[in-house]
Every structure is written in structure tokens, then in C-alpha cells.
Design a binder for this molecule. Structure first.
Ligand SMILES: [Mn+2]
Length: 421
């Protein structure tokens, strides 16, 4: 759990970045209708990052005027009727404790408050900037997004500049605190448990969805945690589809299965990929390609250090795989590498699986990245990806998922020990 003081600290750093005489409005968002009476809700991560509140229809108002900061948190009113259907809502006091924000009000006062603050008689004076989380998908009311609010406010208050708050928050969210790293380490440990259960159960004749269910159940059995994203289980040729969504085919003797999955822990995610021989033993060809990907995975982890950009890491991985694949006769020329390696090697990881980032910024200690080279040969029915999660340190990178086995010998030994037990 993140302590409420950490949310205060995050807000303090955010407010330092806000211009003087500015206002920020951050919204939790609403559930999205999937089908009749079936709603899907995920809290807006920027809102959660600043408040620790994950209840829908909540909002945060930050006023920064010369020499003074005022904060207001708005949550839905208690409603016994609605609570009978969808569960208890936070009380004002609970929201206060979670967020460490003193002024917590009910949502019905948000509109009047905003109008009052922006009126010409406002005690706070005129605001020059208003920061908004600009996203079409972020709804404040049904069919009304922050983009709509921007338009409305711009027409009512032409002297106030409405700007995107993402750039301010992104640079903060890119650097993880010790408690964020701790939560991600826990998520990775649970992901490892699921991986071990896969090895215990994997055999030819099972279906991809059987393995997906083992992964998802192991994660959920662990304190009701959820998967960070739809678990990918792709046997044989299915693995050349990077985000293969179906998990419907039988796992064949002699083929590989690619797993890309992770647990979420208090909204902090793991994102791990491993590739296994379905019958427990790699063929020579599979081993050859597997070891190229593994070599690249390890070389990239060794290469990562503060000061590099994601583009430099990407180039390093492409060059590595191109040289190795050419040397082993898997491609005719180094330029052909993009036909068998067609995705990024790294993305930031955090509250979002593909976490917010400014790709132009050089790496700094405290950033958490994935390292996930892959090779995909359709004709050979081979798709291999090996993905770890690493923390950028002062001197290089710490592999947070180093305990999740990935060496050919270790994998084969684990399968063998299962047979002898
Ligand atoms: Mn990933």
C-alpha cells in the first residue's frame, strides 16, 4: 500500500511544476458501458497517482495562486439505494484519510465551486492557466469528456489558457518511489508463482486457454489480485502474433508456447514474457533461436544505464539480433532483421503496463523498464520473446525479475524434475 503522505508529496511536486495563478482539474473518470447494464470501470491513473482514490466520478481541484495553494477533493454522495447494487461508497472521512486531502466535498458541489472560482468576483483572482487531463476516453459525465470541458471553458473564459497536464505529471510518474518499486516487485513475485504453475502443468494436448486459466487463477488466488492485462498464451505459429488474443488452440508436441503476462498489485504492474517447449525439451533449432533472444535480453540489461534514451536501447537490440541472426544463417542480410523482429525492446512500466513516458528524456535512476527482445519465424512456427522488468540504477540496471528462470538448462531441468517427482 502507498501511504497517504506519499500522495501529498506527489501533489507537492506536481504543484511546483504548475504555473502561478493556475488551476488543475483531474478526474477519476466513469465506468464505460460494455453492453446493457454491464459497465467497465478503470480509474484514470493520473487521478489515482495524485489522490490514492479509485472511486469513479471523483475529481481533484488544485488552485495555485500567488503564495497560496488550495486543494479540494470531490466524491459521490452516499446513496443507500445505489450502494445496494454496486457496493459501499467512501465517506468524506475515508476519502480524507486515503488521500491526505483535508477539503473533501460531495460531487454535487463541484460545478458551483468551479463556477465560483472562475467568476470575476472570485476571491482567488483571475486564472491564467487551467490544466486538464485531455483524453477523449476520459468521461466526466456520460458522453462528455475532458475535451468537451476544454471547449466549454475556452468559450466561457477566453483569457484562460486550457492546457494538457500530461507533460507535468509524466516526468514525475516516470521516476518510481521505493514503495512503487516494492509493489512492482511483489507483482513480479506473484507472476513467478503463476509461471511455476505453468511449468508444473504444461504438456502437449492441453489448450492455450488451459494454460491461461492456470496463470489467471494463480494470480487471482493470491489475495484476489488481477492480471495486469489480458494474458497471452500463444502456441507454435500463433506466437508470431505479438498480442495474440484468442488462446483457443491445442498445444502441440514439439512446438513452443509463448507466455506474456503479469500480475497487478495495487495498480502497479508486472509484464513478463517467457517461451517454453511444450514437451519440456527444446529442439536444436528452437534452442539456437532461443539463445539468440536470451543473449540479446541479457546484453540489453547489461547495456542499460542512466543517460541512454529508449531509441538507443532499441538500436542496440536491433543491431544485436541482426548480427546474430545473420551469423547463424537465419536471415540473408542484416537488413532483413525487421521481418523477424518487429516491436520495441522496452517500454516504461508502472501504473500503466505501457506506462507514460517522454521518449526524448534520457534514462534516470528510479525508472522501471521492460526488456523484451523477440524473434518470430512464421515458417518454422517459432515465436520467442523473453521479457524482464528492470530498474534503472545509478550505475546500470537491476533485473527485478531475475528469479523467473529463462536459461534453456534451467527450464529443461525443471520439466525433468517434474517427471521424476
Ligand atoms: Mn511488455
Amino acid at each position: 500500500m502507498i501511504k497517504s503522505e506519499e500522495f501529498s508529496l506527489r501533489r507537492k511536486l506536481f504543484i511546483e511544476k504548475m504555473a502561478n495563478n493556475s488551476l488543475a482539474l483531474v478526474f477519476s473518470g466513469l465506468g464505460r458501458k460494455v453492453s446493457n447494464d454491464n459497465f467497465f470501470y478503470e480509474v484514470n491513473r493520473n487521478f489515482y497517482y495524485l489522490t490514492g482514490i479509485d472511486q469513479e466520478n471523483s475529481s481533484l481541484m488544485i488552485l495555485k495562486t500567488s503564495g497560496e495553494v488550495n486543494l479540494f477533493l470531490f466524491i459521490d454522495e452516499k446513496d443507500p439505494n445505489k450502494e445496494k447494487w454496486t457496493g459501499l461508497r467512501l465517506s468524506l472521512d475515508e476519502a480524507r484519510q486515503k488521500s491526505d486531502i483535508h477539503n473533501v466535498l460531495f460531487h454535487n458541489s463541484f460545478g458551483p465551486k468551479l463556477e465560483n472560482i472562475l467568476s470575476s468576483e472570485s476571491e482567488f483572482g483571475a486564472f491564467e492557466h487551467l490544466y486538464l487531463d485531455l483524453e477523449e476516453e476520459l468521461k466526466i459525465r456520460p458522453s462528455y469528456s475532458t475535451i468537451d470541458l476544454k471547449k466549454e471553458l475556452e468559450s466561457k473564459h477566453p483569457d484562460m489558457k486550457v492546457v494538457d497536464l500530461h507533460p507535468l505529471l509524466t516526468s514525475l510518474r516516470m521516476i518510481k518511489s521505493p514503495s512503487e518499486i516494492y509493489l512492482m516487485k511483489q507483482a513480479i513475485e506473484i507472476t513467478d508463482l503463476a509461471f511455476k504453475n505453468v511449468i508444473l502443468n504444461l504438456r502437449p494436448g492441453l489448450y492455450e486457454y488451459n494454460i491461461r486459466n492456470i496463470i489467471n487463477q494463480t494470480i487471482n488466488d493470491n489475495n484476489n489480485r488481477r492480471v495486469a492485462f489480458e494474458t497471452i498464451v500463444a502456441g507454435g505459429k500463433n506466437a508470431i502474433i505479438l498480442h495474440y488474443p484468442h488462446a483457443k488452440d491445442m498445444l502441440e508436441d514439439g512446438e513452443l508456447v509463448l507466455l506474456d503476462f503479469g500480475a497487478a498489485n495495487a495498480y502497479y504492474n508486472a509484464d513478463i514474457s517467457r517461451t517454453l517447449p511444450i514437451n519440456g525439451k527444446f529442439s536444436n533449432k528452437q534452442k539456437l533461436i532461443y539463445n539468440i533472444v536470451l543473449g540479446c535480453n541479457e546484453a540489453v540489461i547489461n547495456f542499460i544505464r542512466p543517460g541512454l534514451t529508449l531509441a538507443e536501447i532499441q538500436k542496440f537490440s536491433v543491431d544485436y539480433l541482426a548480427a546474430e541472426c545473420h551469423l547463424k544463417g537465419l536471415i540473408n542480410s542484416r537488413d532483413d532483421i525487421l521481418q523477424v523482429y518487429y516491436h520495441g525492446v522496452s517500454h516504461h512500466l508502472g501504473l500503466d503496463v505501457h506506462d507514460v513516458c517522454d521518449r526524448t528524456l534520457p534514462l534516470e535512476p528510479g525508472m522501471v523498464l521492460t526488456v523484451e527482445p523477440g524473434l518470430y519465424f512464421k515458417d518454422l512456427k517459432i515465436g520467442i520473446r523473453i521479457e524482464d522488468n528492470v530498474l534503472v540504477t545509478e550505475s546500470g540496471a537491476e533485473n527485478l525479475s531475475k528469479n523467473i528462470i529463462k536459461k534453456v538448462e534451467d527450464i529443461e531441468t525443471l520439466f525433468l524434475s517434474k517427471e521424476t517427482n
